[in-house]
Design a protein around this ligand. Sequence first.
Ligand code: WQD
Length: 340
Amino acid sequence: MSKCVLVTGGAGYIGSHTTVELTAAGYDVVIADDLSNSDICGVEGVRAITGKNIPFVEMNCLDKEAMDKLFTDYKIDAVIHFAAFKAVGESVAEPLKYYSNNIESFVTLLSTAARHGVNNIVFSSSATVYGQPDVLPATEQTPRKPATSPYGNTKQMCEDILRDTVAASATLKGIALRYFNPIGAHPSALIGELPKGVPNNLVPFITQTAAGVRECLSVFGDDYNTPDGSCLRDYIDVVDLAKAHVTAVSRMLDDKNKERYEIFNIGTGRAVSVLELVNTFEKVNGLKLNYKIVGRRPGDVESVWADTTLAATELGWKAERTLDETLKSAWEWEKRVRGL
Ligand code: WQD
């Protein structure tokens, strides 16, 4: 019988792509999402791509009774926990919203999973835990820097909560995946990133500018100590990222993990500047983007990219899609959303 994976936040950007890849790999999936920062379209897109009526439970992960019912109704073998708020700026303005939603929901999930004997948890972490590393590329051993936002702090705290809960248990296994900058969309253009309001992140801002929804992209800073002066990031394709989750789940279910708590960087290992990304987007999609250079954005780190050796050797995973393909897929998705 197929193993069943609970995907919290499965209607969202990374959760929906992961649900597709889990299904393709033969897992049963149940999605739990409160749709607070996502849309039922995410679930519908996943169902259209997979041709399966993937079960969807509309619920908030803070709701202990709903969580308990979920684990009673479905025989869950592993959980991937995406459900969280993720806007850095908003987290500074409303820290308690972030601490409550991101921390309490994870605690609720872990305690409910423990009560139901579910021993395999993947946590959706972020390269934000590294801040500006002293040495690049960042390995999993690179020291975490003090978080610069409540959002970043919740990622660090949830990693620690998972580590400590694993340590206190005889059976629990946990994997934290530290994503670098996820971008792009499914090649079908049936699922993708759907930010509410003005996008904070670079690629949705680019695609919305290309679509005429935003007038002009602001490139935040060209006076950094980098080859072209703009910031360097490691942009990871969302489908590749989704596949990394499948390898993490299989690793635990097949008892291949070396430690009961493990951390993996999920990136490409390649540093790309903001200007290079903009130029590549223009080139592969055959269009001109309206952009201007403005001052630095407060809180931005100059450069961060991943050492991906551990994911390659231990998970047998590496990024496959090229930046060209990824930026094409991002534009195809935006065009579909806008009816262009
Ligand atoms: C990338 C680069 C900007 C927008 C953040 C979070 C992180 C993670 C992903 C999310 C930077 C530049 C951006 C724009 C620009 N979490 N930029 N103009 O800041 O690396 O990471 O998102 O859920 O935790 O911190 O990603 O996409 O915002 O920015 O020039 O309009 O693009 O300065 O160099 P970031 P980003």
